[in-house]
Design a protein around this ligand. Structure first.
Ligand SMILES: Nc1ncnc2c1ncn2[C@@H]1O[C@H](COP(=O)(O)OP(=O)(O)O)[C@@H](O)[C@H]1O
Ligand SMILES: C=C(OP(=O)(O)O)C(=O)O
Length: 472
């Protein structure tokens, strides 16, 4: 019987992983969600890759979720023709508007027109997650010139961080609006908003999506101090949170980063929202075929925190060993989950409604019956998400829904294996029989396994939440 992995694997696709063959391989090795990073991807590329993802998912008979990551108010450099090999003492110019002329050889645009207004002479500009540090020496409204303090390579579209500076960029830029139209047209399952700062920004984006007929939920990327100050309201306003450790590590003291991760995970558990831990999980594997000991221990930490998903970025978008990275994540996660199946982060979550209490009762039942499985019948996915948020100790969650989009969104939830199943309300016995048959066929259950079945969707005309206990 397959041992289900509960923590989901999210892979960023890029030049290293754009072919149909590699996408299929990543999926077969364990990728559950693919991320398209709009800071780098062109619309033509997204269309091409999206088609390949859906074809691979159909071929591999696996549900796959797609997350479109919007650039939002991130500050980035523009393109450089060739990567720059920066040396200490080099002068670099950041041009605040595209039509400003270059005055030094190493000159690049920046997508933030206010850069010259926000900086003071002597301020440090952190480029590419702080890998390159540049001290501002000459500032005007049109351009900022600085001296390189740390040598390094600078490629196109690198992050610029100005720790603690409230950025005067709107929550969504013109580029984001065009990108989200494409995402809605294609039918992506999630949109992530970079540098989410206030709950109103998330609500605005969610409303916009609804107006465009998209059912996608918004994931708020927590990347700076302003977001941390608003963490509870951001968590409540969003469908989930990404702990974007790349930018967080530049915007906050690095020694605070593990504490911030733990705090965000706890707040997500409390409010019953999804949480993704992102960035540098296997950074060394961009170049090397094996992980460092510290990386394996970082994965351990995220699994013990019972996060929903762990994410790969450069490892799979540009790295040399993308498939190996997924294999390593899959193996390490399975090992940790086998040894430590249960956790404690969800136990403080308040049971706000009767539905929360019913779900809790089903989990208590499953926790107390060895080898039991949780089955949930769900139209909109609500009950299945609630089950995942309350983190059953041992039992896997098998979710059945007639809705393809709901099934895809459930891929991101910890411990949930979704199935599309057309079931008639008012005929619970048939729906349960069909579901058991499906699970048997996939080798997830055998005759006699105890099943805890939860549903708010099977009883025609009466709005009942039901818990059934029976054997497979
Ligand atoms: N769709 C893409 N096309 C080209 N390059 C990409 C794409 N997606 C990611 N990359 C490259 O992979 C690197 C790592 O990916 P990611 O972490 O998503 O980017 P970033 O940290 O710049 O937001 C990026 O800096 C970029 O160089
Ligand atoms: C995931 C992150 O965002 P981006 O892709 O913008 O680097 C991060 O900063 O960790």
């Amino acid at each position: 019987m397959p041992n289900m992995r509960k923590t989901k694997i999210l892979c960023t696709l890029g030049p290293a992983t754009e072919s149909a063959e590699v996408i299929l391989n990543l999926m077969e090795k364990g990728a559950d969600i693919f991320r398209l990073n709009m800071s780098h991807a062109s619309h033509d590329w997204v269309r091409m890759v999206y088609g390949r993802i859906r074809e691979a998912a159909a071929k591999g008979a696996k549900e796959i979720s797609v997350l479109m990551d919007l650039t939002g108010p991130s500050i980035r450099t523009g393109d450089v023709e060739q990567p720059w090999q920066l040396q200490v003492g080099d002068w670099v110019e950041f041009r605040c508007k595209p039509d400003v002329a270059a005055t030094v050889p190493l000159s690049v645009t920046v997508n933030y027109p206010e850069l010259g207004k926000d900086l003071h002479v002597g301020d440090i500009i952190m480029v590419d997650g702080g890998m390159i540090q540049i001290k501002a020496t000459e500032i005007s409204e049109k351009r900022v010139i600085g001296t390189v303090l740390t040598q390094g390579e600078m490629k196109s579209r690198r992050h610029i961080n100005l720790p603690g500076v409230p950025v005067r960029l709107p929550p969504l830029t013109q580029k984001d609006y065009a990108d989200l139209d494409l995402g809605c047209e294609l039918g992506v399952d999630y949109f992530a908003l970079s540098f989410a700062r206030e709950p109103a920004h998330i609500q605005h984006l969610q409303l916009l999506l609804e107006q465009k007929g998209s059912k996608a939920r918004v994931i708020a990327k927590i990347e700076n101090q302003q977001a941390l100050q608003n963490i509870d309201t951001l968590v409540e306003a969003s469908g989930g949170i990404m702990v974007a450790r790349g930018d967080l590590g530049s915007e906050c003291p690095i020694e605070d980063l593990p504490l911030i991760q733990r705090h965000i995970v706890e707040r997500c558990s409390y409010h019953g929202r999804k949480v993704i831990v992102a960035t540098q999980m296997l950074e060394s594997m961009i170049e090397n075929p094996v992980p460092t000991r510290a990386e394996v221990t970082d994965i351990f930490n995220a699994v013990i925190e019972q996060v929903d998903c762990v994410m790969l970025s450069g490892e799979t978008s540009v790295g040399r060993y993308p498939e190996k990275c997924v294999e390593v994540l899959d193996t390490v996660i399975r090992r940790i989950e086998q040894k430590y199946p249960s956790g404690r982060f969800a136990s403080d979550a308040p049971l706000k409604t009767n539905k929360h209490k019913t779900v809790k009762a089903a989990i208590l039942l499953a926790n107390s019956i060895p080898n039991s499985k949780l089955l949930v019948f769900t139209l909109r996915g609500v009950m299945a998400h609630l089950l995942a948020h309350q983190r059953p100790e041992f039992a896997s969650i098998f979710a059945f829904t007639p809705n393809l989009h709901v099934s895809r969104t459930l891929v991101t939830a910890r411990g949930v294996q979704p199935f599309v199943l057309a079931f008639e309300e008012g005929n619970p016995e048939k729906a349960i029989r069909d579901a058991i048959e499906m699970l048997r066929k996939h080798g997830h259950i055998k005759a006699g396994d105890p099943l805890v079945i939860l549903s708010d969707a099977l009883y025609d005309g009466i709005n009942v939440d039901a818990i059934l206990l029976r054997d497979a």
